[in-house]
Every structure is written in C-alpha cells, then in structure tokens.
Design a protein around this ligand. Structure first.
Ligand SMILES: Nc1ncnc2c1ncn2[C@@H]1O[C@H](COP(=O)(O)OP(=O)(O)OP(=O)(O)O)[C@@H](O)[C@H]1O
Ligand SMILES: [Mg+2]
Length: 487
C-alpha cells in the first residue's frame, strides 16, 4: 500500500486500538492492489523513459538526415544553375532531344541562330518549335530526317552543314551520348559558319583564279618562247632562202638552156647518123656501132631528157620550198580584206578535193561568222595545210572523217578542223610547229606546213591550239580577231 495512506490508516487505527478482521482483509487487498499498481507504474515509467530516449535519438538522426538532404539539394541547385549557365554561355546553339527525337532543351544561342521567335521559345513545345525551324531551313525534310536518324543511331558521330533560307550556312555537330543503361537521346550543337564558308569560297575562287592565271602565264610564256623561236628560225630561213634563191635561179635556167642545147645536139647527131653510111667505110661504121652499144646509145638518148625533167622538177620543188621559207619568214605583202572565212574554207576544200576524196568524208558544222579582216589567201594556205595533214593522218585506206566547225567568242572567231586519224604522239606535239619537223616519208612532207601556218596566224594576231590523242584523232583550232587593231 502507498506509504502516505499507510501512515494515515496506522494513525487512525492507533486511536481505535484494534483493527477489525474485515477491515484487515480489506486493507490487505488494498495494499496488494497498490503494490501491483506501483509495479505497473514502475514498468510504465521505465517504458516511457526508454521511448523518450529512442525518440531523442531518432530526432537527432532525422535532424542529421535533414541537414544532409538540405546540403544535397543546395549542391543540386548549384549544379543545375551551373549547367544552365554553361548552356547559355556557350558560343554554340544547343538542342537537346530525348530518345524519341523530341525537344527537351535548347539554349538562347540556338533560339537566336535559328531565328526562333520569342513566343515559340516561350511555349517550349516540340511541334511548334520544329515547325518554326523548318520554316527557316532550305531543306527542312532532310533536317528533321537527320534528327530522327541521329536519335535512332546513338552510337554514330555526326558532322554536317545545312543552309538556311537567308543564305546562312550552319554547322551541325553531334557526338554519341554516353552509353548508360538507358539511351539518353542526343545533344546537338549548331554553329553559324557563314563567314567561314564565304571566306573559304573566296579563297577557293582566288586559288582557281590564280591557277587560271598561272596557266595563262604558262601559255603566254610558251607562246613567247615559240614566237621567239619562230622569229630566230624566220631570220635563219630568210637568210637561207636568200642564199639559195640565186643558185637555184641559175641552175633552173641553165637546166632549161641545157635541155635546149641537148635537143639541138641530138638533132645534129641524127643528121650525122643519117649520113653515116655515105661518110664512113664499113670498118668505121662497125666501130661507131660498138661504141653506141657500149654506151647504151638509145637508152641514153631517152634517159638524158628524163634526167633533165627530174632535175627540173627537183629544182621547182626547191623553189617552192624557198618560197615557203620566204613566206614563213616574212609573210608577203598581200592586202588586208574583210572576208567570209566559210567561203575561203569552201574554196580550199575544192582545191584539196582530190587529196581528200578517197579517204575522208568532210562534215561541215559551220556556226555564224561575221566577216573577218584578214589576208584571205594566206589563211586559205593554213586551212589547206591542216586539211591535207588531216587526210594524211587518216591514211590511204581509212574511211575517215574531217569535221570543220566554226564559231565566235567575244570579239574573236574560231575555226576548228578535227580528224579521226592516227593522232600525234605527246612527245611530237611540242615540235609540230617547228620548221622541217615531219614524220612523213621523204618526198611526202617537208615539215613546213604547220610552221608556215603558225606564222600566218600569228601575223593575224591569232593563235593555233591543238589537241590530239594517239589512235583517236587530232583537232586544230584557229582563233582570229575579227578586226585587226590599228598598227
Ligand atoms: N592532223 C594530224 N594528225 C597527225 N599528225 C599530224 C597532223 N597534223 C600534223 N601532224 C604531224 O605534224 C607534222 C608536221 O606537220 P607539217 O604540216 O608542218 O609538215 P608535214 O605535213 O609533215 O609536211 P608539209 O606540210 O610541209 O608537206 C607532220 O609530219 C605530222 O607528224
Ligand atoms: Mg603538212
């Protein structure tokens, strides 16, 4: 029983003297109840104590956890804002797509570069954004297709460029995303490379121009070399022609006189032959017959004139060569005229008809030509040389084709003569304009045709181009100015 109650009961019972039996039992019962309640009370107190300690510990742990979480959240917030700042401060436009190629993020630079309107950017809606982009790009279908392709092939590295409607060129670059367990889509970066592309193109153009200039310089240099060579050969040729001209002249005239003398001589001899029987005895006649036999008299009489004829032909040929050399060295003084070149070509074709008719078909593809100021007779010589060369290149039994084309460019006209003959070996191509360069057998070519032609065309302030492929054919193209500038 509770001690305070026990003391009260003891004081009261002490005044009463003795404790009645019923009360004693009652008090015992009360005392037992109290003791049992005390025990429970103690138990409860201890439990409460335990719980309170546990609660305190838990509280402590929770406080710790809370502060850790708060720190983590702070860190996360910092990282996110760092990421944002990085995304916004990069010079490239960034577009982030999820694995279904849908837009999940883009930065300000992207918006500016691809002219995404503020309203669309604010909406942050995939479809609206893509529609807006497609409106800016020259080939929108290819753009979207590429985005989808990249998302479907996350392992692929990609670099390409595309053009905007306003002419800007944008570079698109995309590295494969880190390969985690889950595919994360794609991060694409865009860079405006218009200025760079323009600079590259300008550089390329400049390079091309430089190349063309170098080629022109090379051509000019070659022409200069060629014309210097021609000039010095021309001087030499003029000298040689001059020196040969005189002896050829008197050899030619002497041959004519010699022929006449021989004819007279044979005439006189014939008279003697007729008087032979009357003038000589049989012994002398026999001696004369023997001498004539030994000298092959009849053959000699006939051959002597053939030899003279051959010599005259030879001399005529040499004269022609000398004339060619003269023409080559200083093309003569014929008059400049305004001429229809097609007419000249046609008349030249008539002249060489015999040469061409057996082996070649001539195809004319004339363009429109204005009248050209030229030395017509000399130009016809050029056409003739080239036509005869073409026929020789085709050969005697070839069914060849010679095509003659013509046309104009700026203030120049051109005439082109192509054949499908045997062509010119590359090592000979540089030499064909040299005087006396020939690949033809003796008697067929002197090697002067093209060098003469070169001189004539040069005199017209034009040029001759040649292209040839062995086994396929050759094309000569003659360029002439329409008008000879004064002086
Ligand atoms: N159309 C051609 N096809 C193939 N080779 C050619 C052609 N034209 C010229 N040639 C070559 O160029 C060489 C020089 O030609 P060029 O006209 O100067 O002299 P040629 O024809 O040999 O003699 P010439 O014209 O004085 O009678 C020729 O021998 C030949 O080898
Ligand atoms: Mg020739």
């Amino acid at each position: 029983m509770h001690r305070l109650l026990q003391r009260q009961i003891d004081r009261y019972l002490g005044e009463q003297g003795a404790i009645p039996e019923n009360l004693s039992q009652f008090l015992a019962a009360v005392s037992a109840a109290y003791e049992s309640a005390d025990a429970d009370h103690l138990l409860i107190e201890r439990s409460l104590d335990l719980m309170s300690r546990e609660l305190t510990e838990r509280n402590h742990e929770m406080r710790n956890e809370l502060s850790i979480r708060q720190r983590a959240e702070g860190q996360l917030e910092f990282l996110l804002s760092l990421l944002d700042a990085t995304l916004e401060s990069t010079a490239d436009g960034i577009l982030v797509l999820d694995k279904d190629a849908r837009v999940v993020r883009f930065n300000r630079r992207f918006v500016e570069m691809l002219h995404v309107s503020d309203e669309v950017a604010a909406l942050w809606n995939h479809d609206t954004l893509i529609e807006n982009l497609q409106g800016q790009i020259k080939d929108p279908a290819a753009f979207t297709e590429k985005l989808e392709y990249l998302c479907q092939h996350p392992e692929e590295e990609s670099y390409d460029t595309f053009e905007c409607n306003d002419g800007r060129v944008i570079e698109r670059y995309c590295l494969p995303p880190p390969q985690g367990e889950e595919k994360v889509g794609r991060v694409l970066s865009f860079r405006d490379i218009t200025a760079r592309t323009q600079a590259e193109q300008a550089l390329l153009r400049e390079k091309e121009e430089q190349k063309a200039l170098i080629k022109k310089l090379e051509e000019a240099h070659n022409q200069l070399l060629q014309s210097e060579k021609m000039a010095s050969i021309g001087q030499l040729a003029a000298g040689v022609a001059h020196e040969i001209n005189n002896p050829i002249g008197y050899v030619n005239s002497n041959l004519g006189t010699l022929e006449k003398y021989l004819q007279t001589l044979f005439h006189v001899l014939a008279a003697y032959e007729q008087a032979e029987t009357a003038m000589c005895d049989s012994h002398v006649q026999a001696e004369i017959r023997t001498l004539k036999r030994e000298a092959e008299w009849d053959y000699l009489k006939q051959d002597i004139f053939e030899l003279l004829k051959e010599s005259s032909d030879g001399i005529l040929r040499v004269k022609q060569i000398v004339q060619d050399l003269k023409d080559f060295s200083h093309v003569d003084e014929a008059e400049w005229q305004w001429v229809d070149l097609h007419k000249g070509i046609d008349s030249t074709l008539n002249v060489v008809h015999n040469e061409l008719k057996y082996n070649s078909e001539v195809v004319k593809e004339y363009g429109e030509l204005p009248q050209v100021e030229c030395l017509a007779h000399q130009l016809n010589q050029v056409f003739m040389n080239i036509l005869v060369n073409a026929s020789h290149a085709i050969g005697p039994d070839g069914h060849g084709r010679i095509t003659i084309r013509s046309g104009t460019q700026d203030d120049k006209v051109w005439v082109e003569i192509s054949d499908n003959g045997k062509g010119i070996a590359p090592e000979n191509l540089k030499r064909i304009f040299d005087p006396f360069f020939t690949t033809k057998p003796v008697g067929k070519g002197t090697g002067l045709g093209l060098s003469l032609s070169y001189g004539i065309v040069e005199k017209h302030h034009g040029r001759i181009e040649v292209e040839s492929e062995v086994g396929k054919g050759t094309t000569f193209r003659i360029w002439l100015p329409v008008r000879q500038s004064a002086g």
